[in-house]
Design a protein around this ligand. Structure first.
Ligand SMILES: Cc1cc2nc3c(=O)[nH]c(=O)nc-3n(C[C@H](O)[C@H](O)[C@H](O)COP(=O)(O)OP(=O)(O)OC[C@H]3O[C@@H](n4cnc5c(N)ncnc54)[C@H](O)[C@@H]3O)c2cc1C
Length: 379
């Protein structure tokens, strides 16, 4: 029995599966077409206790740790959900942790509790049009003016940016590009803050993605998360959770696609025999299964080490790359095994194939993970 597999966690798995079956599967295609999930889904997920998993009860969460969040992510995808759904419904997983870690009661009451109750939606804005990999190079500038900051700049590719009520925004507080960063929580509707067009994407269709613009936006100093100029460290500390979530989405997508492909290969006959009876097909499925399971085992291992407070920056980067590589291999092979049907919107595997492509880009690209790994091994 692994740490992830306790009686309580089996219950959480069942709860998640029931939620997906009842509240997601009948509507997911509609949300994919609409380009977003409804706000009511956040409230429903909060009511059954899923939205707050991984957040302490003291801030309005349901308790549990990173392993519980991983379990929920895994089960949502394995029950027929998608990584796009996770991105849309669990954006608070990246928008809130810095506030929780700051122990700022004002921010926790105004943003964390309502978001975990499903009545507010938050987003995290780090990436800028000039670049996302170089976080220290952020140019959105916050000039101090009394008890406010005056923010000017732009962000792009922001998940849930269209629907978000607030955006946890990375700004530079010394000189643009100096790397002295702070996080400011900026409310939708603040004069000068505009949400640009809804960005159209290859995948993650049910997850809205936006460009944001800030022109002389006055943000109270009380909306700063933690002390000034500590934003870079705060962002880096929370990246571990985001990267492991993306790694989980990757291996869970792979697992789901192995299941879909196996089912298909048992049912589909060519030249008078089921596909699954062909050695080439059986070995392909065996390899897909092996890669998905190996990725899952490694991600769990690294997550357990994160939970026990071990320094695993390098391992987190490796876990993301291992899981993304497994996912890329599996979604491609699964689609191929489905033949022409795999290319159709009617095929679930088609959605996973498109959704998977972002996993090696978001939360730090595969190349940036390799940079971290290279440093970790002393290069
Ligand atoms: C659907 C979607 C959702 C997103 N959601 C969010 C969000 O909610 N919040 C947010 O802040 N951002 C979000 N992002 C942005 C995402 O995190 C960035 O796209 C990512 O970090 C890469 O930044 P970039 O696109 O600017 O690429 P760049 O930094 O311009 O990199 C371009 C290419 O160059 C490579 N590269 C860069 N530097 C090096 C180097 N030193 N050595 C070798 N190769 C290098 C990269 O790996 C990449 O392949 C989202 C993106 C997408 C597409």
């Amino acid at each position: 029995m692994t740490i992830v597999d306790t009686p309580e966690r089996r219950q959480l798995r069942e709860l998640t599966r029931a939620f997906v079956t009842k509240e997601v599967l009948p509507y997911l295609d509609d949300w994919e077409r609409a380009g977003e999930v409804p706000r009511s889904l956040h409230e429903t997920a909060a009511k059954v206790g899923l939205l707050g998993v991984g957040f302490p009860e003291s801030v309005g969460g349901s308790g549990g740790d990173l392993l519980d969040s991983i379990l929920v992510t895994e089960e949502i995808i394995r029950s027929g959900g998608s990584s796009g759904l996770i991105a849309a419904l669990f954006t608070h997983g990246i928008a809130l942790p810095h506030m929780v870690a700051s122990h700022d009661d004002g921010l926790i009451d105004r943003y964390v509790r309502p978001t975990l109750a499903g009545t507010m939606i938050g987003a995290l804005a780090i990436t800028e049009p000039d670049g996302g990999s170089d976080v220290a190079g952020i140019r959105t500038f916050a000039r101090r003016d009394g008890d406010h900051y005056v923010v000017n700049g732009a962000k792009t590719y922001i998940t849930s940016g269209i629907r978000a009520d607030f955006v946890t925004t990375a700004v530079c507080t010394v000189l643009p590009g100096s790397g002295a960063l702070s996080l400011l929580v900026i409310d939708k509707g603040t004069p000068g803050f505009t949400v640009g067009r809804r960005l159209e994407k290859l995948g993650w269709h049910c997850s809205d993605t936006a460009e944001l613009s800030f022109v002389d936006v006055r943000v109270p100093v009380a909306n700063r998360v933690g002390p000034e100029d500590t934003g870079f460290l705060a962002i880096m500390q929370q990246f571990a959770t985001e990267r492991l979530s993306l790694a989980t989405q990757a291996y869970a997508t792979a697992q789901r696609c192995v299941e879909l492909a196996t089912r298909w290969c048992r049912d589909r006959s060519t030249f008078g025999r089921p596909l699954a009876s062909r050695q080439l097909v059986r070995h392909r499925l065996a390899e897909m299964h092996t890669r998905a399971e190996a990725a899952r085992a490694y991600v769990h291992d690294v997550a357990e080490r994160v939970v026990t407070g071990q320094p695993v920056v390098t391992e987190v980067a490796m876990a993301k790359n291992v899981a993304v590589a497994a996912c890329d291999f599996v979604v491609d092979a699964a689609l191929q095994l489905h033949g022409g049907f795999g290319y159709l919107r009617d095929a679930e595997v088609e959605r996973h194939y498109r959704d998977a492509r972002i996993l090696g880009i978001g939360g730090g690209t595969t190349e940036i993970m390799n940079e971290i790994i290279a440093k970790g091994i002393g290069l």
